[in-house]
Design a protein. Structure first.
Lengths: 299, 553
């Protein structure tokens, strides 16, 4: 059967869920017809969305029960406001009751919704705490990143808290976005128009080479599905033990080694170099399969 | 014979003046070579007050170092200049005017400086001779605007001063031809000086001086359009263009204007047009810059030839690897030539299609807005009927028959199409009762409102609503209603006479997507042969090397 790849990057939040999970297995919580809209946007006379830019629900993926959320990057850059955040946090709370194999977060967000200021910040901190609580209850949380907004600001932190991070080459993870850094620190610090540089610093390939992402996949919803299914198989029936002290200590020491090693690095090239890539200029164009083969084959 | 014998006629005053200038410059040069440190003094030595000066530059390459150097000359020495050049695009061009060194400009296009130029004109600090099309200005180089000093840009020189202008040859041959053979001084800035050039584009004995610029001349990647930004409305318009215009007339030779609307057409050739069985029947021969969005169509075998006005940053290796398609020198690199490509676009192409900002009820279109004198560039030459054309082609003959069904003498007509969304950004209507060009002409004291393409030359208008075959209209009233009929929900569109529009539809003058058998729901990004810059790179087999700010990997 010849299945046409469906571009993850361009798909809407709803299309992503529809193509990712098993057919007709998705049930949405707080669907748009209930019109849970942002009260803050209404007061500012700004456009609202009936799902406040995120859909949450229950589904099956390769037969495994999952809870799933998908952010709509085209609505306010996927930014997290009060209602949006509450839906995500509520989903994670529900996981404690339903105990799915995993919670999947399809992240496509620039971070906190600035219109909602403190309410957005509180939502993000609640979300972080909920992820840690879910994981300590033994339920893994996956971040899937491949939309145009990437995972920035608070959602960058949220993504890195996740048990597994599946990213495409177009996906990005970071804290302050390139434009913000350029505005605050100047173009010499970070030229946000140098898109190749932006991707060498925040993009999927460099995040995979650094170990920030656990899987790098092609820009195709089918590829995201395959990687997610494989990781669900891995986690199913094996409750997460995230409070293992040895694991945490090891992770922390790895982070401090990494912080020292790349302290003066100005470009992702050095990370590719240390990851064993020889032709640095061609890394950007390397097909995903070749990249993964070279990366995993490296010492 | 009454000639006074005491005073023999002098026929070489210009030549003597030329030699005097060279003599003044000699001390600052070693042969033809001038060092970057001496270039300001050299310009002061060879330029005389009142000179006509051409600083080469177009929408792509710019003699930017020479422009900067000229702006650093002593205004007491270098003054009353008459700039005769394609574009006034660099800040230095405006600096020269503000420093009082320029008394008059004749040009074609001003791009980013359009606002500053309008201010200088309104303040009375500069007089504009005329705003031309490229070809028109090149023509005047050989009649009444011959440059006395030409400051040009080349990629490389050898030690003798032969120049390699390579893929971005652009305007150089036209400028040098006019200056060098009419006692003008030709000064070239080059990126590098080499032992042996890949090929000689301009021979050394047409060049008086060359200087290695401290930084390579700037080239704008003007024709690169990221497929990721193409909208479904643009895709729908591209479907209408392909089925309702290209296939209808069997258009094989054409020129595309710049923009996302035409990029969408290019990306639909290997998909939608191929599905319609149009490969080999349309779009085979082009006058066109090397648009990266043409790569999938070229790779699919749609295209037979492309001659270019200039090159495009990042396309060099791809072009060099496709010499059957592009005009490539014996050395393997492309050569462009704006003058020849403009001639090709005017006389040898059956269709021009491009976007615009405003269209009035007579079909006149303009990109002028108040407070900005932006000029024309090449579009009016492409977008006008070539009245001097004498060779026939099926598309040209058919257009002629449709436009003049009752004419006794058979003659063809060029197809000139405007492709616009009915509303632009910020819901500005593309269709207006009165062009802003009228206001600009008043505030800037122009003799003519700056109209890019005259209504009488426009044969088709394509919007997301449909296509209007203006050439099939019999009266100005019909024409107006045909335009209103595709103007959608703009004020102009809402004021249409529904009965007349339905009548025009019955007669095939207005055709909506459903009349053409186009299912609007098919207009999705899935139809694009490439959806990102990266797809273009992959389609080129890695030969296309996009500028870094177009990449997202």
């Amino acid at each position: 059967m010849n299945v046409k790849p469906i571009n993850y990057f361009e798909a809407s939040a709803r299309t992503r869920i529809a193509c990712l999970v098993d057919p007709e297995s998705f049930t949405e919580f707080c669907p748009p017809e209930l019109r849970h809209i942002s009260p803050h946007l209404v007061r500012l006379n700004a456009p609202v969305a009936f799902d406040d830019g995120v859909m949450v629900g229950r589904a099956r993926l390769a037969g495994h029960p999952v809870l799933i959320a998908s952010q709509e990057g085209k609505f306010n850059g996927g930014a997290v406001g009060e209602v949006h955040g509450a839906k995500l946090r509520g989903l994670l709370d529900k996981a404690l009751i339903e105990r799915p194999v995993a919670v999947l977060l399809l992240v496509d967000s620039g971070g906190v919704r600035l219109h909602e200021a403190n309410a957005g910040l509180i939502a993000i901190s609640e979300l972080m705490r909920a992820i840690l609580r879910t994981q300590s209850a033994g339920i893994p949380v996956f971040a899937l990143i491949g939309g145009s907004c990437g995972a920035f600001g608070g959602m960058g932190i949220v993504s890195r808290l996740c048990t597994e991070v599946i990213i495409s080459e177009q996906g990005r993870i970071g804290l302050s976005g390139p434009e913000v850094i350029e505005t605050v620190k100047g173009v010499d610090e970070f030229d946000s128009r140098d898109r190749a540089l932006v991707w060498r610093i925040t993009g999927g390939k460099v995040r995979r080479a650094l170990g920030d992402a656990t899987r790098l996949v092609g820009d195709d919803i089918g590829a995201f599905r395959a990687a997610t299914a494989e990781l669900l198989d891995k986690h199913a029936g094996r409750p997460l033990n995230s409070s293992d002290l040895d694991d945490l200590t090891a992770a922390h020491s790895n982070l401090s080694i990494r912080a020292q090693r790349y302290d003066t690095a100005r470009d992702g090239r050095i990370i590719f170099q240390e990851a064993g890539f020889t032709e640095l200029e061609s890394v950007a164009l390397l097909p995903v399969d070749d990249f993964n083969r070279q990366l995993e084959g490296s010492p | 014979m009454n000639r006074p014998s005491s005073q023999p006629a002098t026929w070489d005053r210009e030549k003597q003046n030329y030699q005097a200038r060279l003599a003044r410059g000699a001390a600052l040069a070693s042969g033809r070579k001038v060092s970057a440190d001496d270039i300001v003094r050299l310009l002061e030595a060879v330029i005389e007050p009142g000179d006509r000066v051409c600083i080469e530059g177009n929408n792509q390459k710019q003699a930017d170092f020479l422009a900067k150097s000229l702006a650093r000359t002593d205004p007491a020495l270098v003054r009353e200049l008459h700039l005769v050049q394609s574009v006034l695009a660099l800040p230095e061009h405006m600096d020269l005017i503000e420093q009082g060194q320029v008394s008059r400009v004749d040009f074609s296009f001003s791009g980013q400086q359009a606002g500053r130029l309008a201010t200088l004109v309104e303040q009375g600090r500069i007089k504009i001779g005329a705003i031309h099309t490229y070809l028109e200005l090149f023509g005047r180089y050989f009649v009444d605007l011959t440059p006395k000093v030409a400051l040009i840009a080349a990629q490389m020189a050898d030690r003798d001063g032969n120049l390699y202008t390579g893929p971005n040859t652009e305007d150089t041959p036209a400028i040098v031809e006019a200056a060098a053979f009419k006692n003008g001084i030709v000064i070239a800035q080059v990126n590098e000086v080499v032992e042996k050039l890949p090929r000689v584009d301009i021979p050394a004995d047409w060049v008086d001086y060359f200087v290695k610029a401290p930084t390579p001349h700037y080239i704008e990647p003007l024709f690169t359009r990221d497929p990721a930004q193409i909208t479904e409305i643009q895709i729908l318009m591209a479907m209408i263009a392909i089925k309702g215009l290209y296939a209808e007339y069997g258009i094989t030779s054409l020129n595309h204007g710049i923009g996302f609307d035409t990029a969408a057409i290019e990306l639909l050739l290997p998909t939608y047009a191929a599905e319609l069985g149009l490969k080999g029947k349309i779009c085979t021969n082009w006058a066109l810059n090397p648009h990266p969005t043409m790569i999938p169509a070229i790779e699919a075998g749609f295209v037979q030839s492309i001659h270019s006005f200039g090159s495009e940053v990042g396309m060099e290796r791809y072009i060099a690897a496709r010499p059957d398609i592009f005009f490539v020198g014996r050395d393997g690199s492309m050569r462009s030539n704006r003058a020849f490509s403009q001639v090709a676009g005017h006389y040898a192409c059956d269709l021009f299609i491009g976007s615009t900002l405003q269209i009035d009820l007579a079909g006149n279109s303009s990109t002028a807005t108040k407070g900005r004198i932006s000029g024309f560039g090449g579009a009016p030459n492409m977008g006008s009927d070539a009245r001097g054309r004498r060779h026939a082609s099926p598309a040209w003959l058919r257009a002629g028959r449709e436009a003049r069904p009752h004419a006794v003498m058979p003659r063809g007509q060029k197809l000139v199409a405007q492709i616009v969304e009915t509303s632009r950004e910020h819901m500005q209507p593309a269709f207006v009762e009165r062009l802003d060009a009228w206001d600009l002409a008043e505030s800037s004291g122009m003799e003519l409102p700056p109209v890019m393409i005259y209504g009488e030359d426009v044969t088709h208008i394509i919007t997301e609503e449909g296509i209007a075959h203006l050439l099939r209209c019999e009266t100005p009233e019909e024409r107006e209603q045909a335009i209103r009929g595709v103007a959608g929900y703009t004020q102009v569109g809402l004021a249409r006479d529904r009965r007349m529009v339905e009548n025009l539809r019955d007669r095939g003058i207005i055709r909506y997507p459903r009349d053409l058998g186009i299912d609007k729901r098919m207009a999705t990004r899935d139809l694009l042969a490439a959806r990102s810059i990266k797809d273009l790179v992959l389609a080129s087999g890695g030969l296309y090397n996009p500028p870094k700010h177009f990449r997202n990997w």
